[in-house]
Design a protein around this ligand. Structure first.
Ligand SMILES: Cc1ncc(COP(=O)(O)O)c(C=O)c1O
Length: 392
């Protein structure tokens, strides 16, 4: 299946023959699996067979999802988790031990930043937040203790683009593992494993689901031994396992991932171009805009620019709040990647943990507005922004 196009793999990759000639993969809502004999059970426990034992370890619906995601990301295997944060925290704890250090990009999804900055130190793991768009700053920031480099590209919510191939080659020369959060781009627009990353993590809650009805996470790696270790040494022990029903909904969502991403992006480009021209709008952060600082790099390492836009207005924080409040079609909500267009204020909501100094150092405004451009008609989305900006 790996030689097939993305759209084909999104529908067919993973799994084997389905029971009772079912077209779709069934949902195996069972905690445990039965054995004809104790010998068969012992063989399964010893990993001598692929028989299922218990859904916290594996389940046929989860396995199809893991195989499909591995195919789409170009990995050797994948592990499904109960949430993006379960995937991120398990992956990081699997690669770090007391005394180690992790380097991350200065702008990350708020809970990831919180976990790295405030939780990992409780286990003797220190962190350093750097500007990873500056490779010299990365190189000079690496120490003997650095074991992992972690970033999102595009970053949430600054949309900065990190040169994944360059970071991976710096890391590989020093035996450091690179973990990339691919939530914004999805494997349809970018495959970090092909650029040298060790692990890709996802909040599958977002575009992978596409319908805003689950909380889910996935980690994918080329190294199958690492995937086994992550599954049976961390997922199984920490217990942040995905429900088979969630996996089934994700499999349904993934079938249309390519179509959705193309349409999301076309809408986002139209919205970004509209915002760019509006006299009341200040900076527009969207990698698809030719004058965006990361545009050339995004064009080189991605096959599309995604559909998250951040922007600032020429006005006060209060005016930016009023603008968000006066939107009618864009829904005020966290999350992203749904059919519905969503709007939020990251530094008042998902990224509250950032200090005003950190926000300023990243060159962002506390009134930054983040849009997740959905699948409604672009003219309706632009009309909504137009009426809200017109009230300013
Ligand atoms: C880029 C990114 N990574 C990770 C997460 C965490 O994922 P989850 O909410 O599924 O735990 C989010 C959530 O918004 C996110 O935006």
């Amino acid at each position: 299946m790996k030689d097939k196009h993305f759209e084909t793999m999104a529908i067919h990759a993973g799994g084997g023959r389905k029971p009772d000639n079912s077209l779709n993969d069934p949902i195996f809502l069972t905690s445990a699996f039965t054995f004809d004999s104790l010998d068969k059970a012992a063989a399964a426990f010893a990993f001598e067979t692929e028989d299922y034992v218990y859904t916290r370890g594996n389940n046929p619906t989860l396995r199809v999802l893991e195989e499909r995601m591995a195919a789409l990301e170009g990995g050797g295997g994948a592990v499904a988790f109960a949430s993006g944060m379960a995937a991120i925290s398990s992956v990081l704890l699997s690669l770090l031990k007391p005394g180690d250090e992790i380097i991350t990009h200065r702008m990350l999804y708020g809970s990831s930043q919180d976990f790295i900055k405030n939780t990992l130190p409780q286990y003797g793991i220190s962190s350093r937040l750097l500007n990873l768009t500056d490779l010299l700053s990365l190189e000079s920031g690496i120490t003997k203790r650095t074991k992992v480099i972690y970033f999102e590209t595009p970053a949430n919510p600054s949309l900065e683009i990190i040169d994944t191939r360059a970071v991976c080659s710096i890391a590989a020369a020093r035996g450091i593992k690179v973990v990339v959060d691919n939530t914004f781009a999805t494997p349809y627009f970018q495959r970090p494993l092909d650029l040298g990353a060790h692990v890709v993590v996802h909040s599958a809650t977002k575009y992978i689901s596409g319908h805003g009805d689950v909380i889910a996470g996935i980690a994918v790696a080329k190294d199958v031994d690492y995937v086994q270790q992550l599954k049976f040494g961390y997922l199984c022990e920490f217990g942040g396992v995905m429900s088979p029903f969630t996996a089934w909904l994700l499999l349904r969502g993934i079938k249309t991932l390519a179509l959705r991403m193309r349409e999301h992006q076309a809408n986002a480009m139209a919205v970004a171009c509209y915002l760019k021209e509006h006299p009341r709008v200040g900076k527009v952060y969207y990698p698809g805009l030719p004058d965006f600082p990361g545009h050339a790099l995004a064009a080189a390492q991605m096959s599309g620019f995604g559909a998250i836009i951040s922007f600032e207005i020429k006005g006060s924080l209060e005016q930016s709040k009023a603008l968000v409040n006066s939107l009618k079609l864009f829904t005020r909500a966290v999350s992203l990647g749904d059919c519905e267009s969503l709007v939020q204020h990251p530094f008042a909501m998902t990224h509250r943990g950032y200090t005003p100094e950190e926000v300023e150092e990243a060159g962002l405004s506390p009134g930054l507005i983040r849009l997740s451009v959905g699948l409604e008609h672009k003219e309706d989305l632009i009309a909504d922004l137009d009426q809200a900006l017109g009230r300013m």
